[in-house]
Design a binder for this molecule. Structure first.
Ligand SMILES: Nc1ncnc2c1ncn2[C@@H]1O[C@H](COP(=O)(O)OP(=O)(O)OP(=O)(O)O)[C@@H](O)[C@H]1O
Length: 235
């Protein structure tokens, strides 16, 4: 099976345009590959650059140098150099991302928010909603909430909607930015099981987990970001 994601010699500097263009180098020389069916975890202290790396891989941030090569619909795409339209295609079909917080359109019902990534890929609405209902029920979201917009949900309820939305598709690469941060023990176990199923299905996962128990349960290996962190070197 081809390697789904190869990151090579990536460097990222933030430029603070509102602060006289001050430059904040965050990481450099970031190189690793993700294999199908593994869950690699980004490790290292706060501020080392873990979230920045995930966001760069998802095409949220530009890079200074380096390549992010992904197997996308039978061809190789370099996300670091791809046009925005290509990045959107990669997000729809190849790289999924579960952020810590739910950001979505207001007034949409939770069930539809979860089903939307599938309908966007052409799955029939009824089938997508069935799968969404299955995930929400596994994640113990009370059924009476499914028809409501999540704006007023608790932090943990919103996060479960977010997780269901991120896990509903079969993207071959899945990025997880602290998906269990606001969850109770029972739902953390559900997420651990969902991650194990993704691995079994050949998905390549890359995550950040501050919870040591979750990290130990899901990680096949730790990629220590300290080795790439620029702020560690200059301080
Ligand atoms: N959008 C941004 N603009 C400017 N600086 C940023 C931006 N995002 C992150 N940084 C800086 O980059 C550095 C790395 O931040 P990042 O969030 O990637 O670290 P992290 O390892 O994920 O930390 P944590 O474990 O605390 O979440 C920090 O010094 C942070 O201030």
């Amino acid at each position: 099976m081809p390697t789904p994601l190869v990151v090579s010699e990536l460097a990222k500097t933030f430029t603070m345009h509102l602060r006289d263009g001050i430059e904040l180098p965050v990481v450099e020389g970031v190189s690793f590959a993700l294999r199908a069916g593994e869950c690699a975890v980004l490790g290292g202290p706060s501020g080392a650059g873990k979230s920045s790396i995930l966001k760069v891989l998802y095409g949220n941030y530009s890079v200074d140098t380096g390549q992010i090569i992904v197997q996308h619909q039978g061809r190789l795409v370099d996300i670091a150099a791809a046009a925005p339209r290509t990045v959107l295609g990669v997000r729809r079909h190849t790289i999924g991302y579960v952020s810590q917080f739910l950001r979505t359109l207001p007034r949409l019902a939770a069930l539809d928010i979860v089903a939307e990534p599938l309908t966007a890929r052409g799955v029939a609405a009824a089938k997508a909603r069935d799968k969404a209902a299955g995930l929400l029920s596994r994640l113990n979201l009370p059924e009476k909430l499914w028809s409501l917009p999540p704006a007023t949900f608790s932090g943990g309820e919103q996060q479960r909607v977010n997780i269901a939305r991120g896990f509903i598709t079969d993207h071959p690469v899945l990025l997880l930015d602290e998906p269990t941060a606001s969850l109770d023990a029972k739902n953390r176990e559900v997420v651990i099981a969902l991650i194990a199923e993704k691995k079994q299905g050949g998905v390549a996962l890359l995550g950040i987990f501050h919870d040591a128990g979750v990290r130990e349960a899901v990680a096949d290996r730790i990629i220590d970001v300290t080795q790439f962190a620029m702020n560690r070197r200059v301080s």
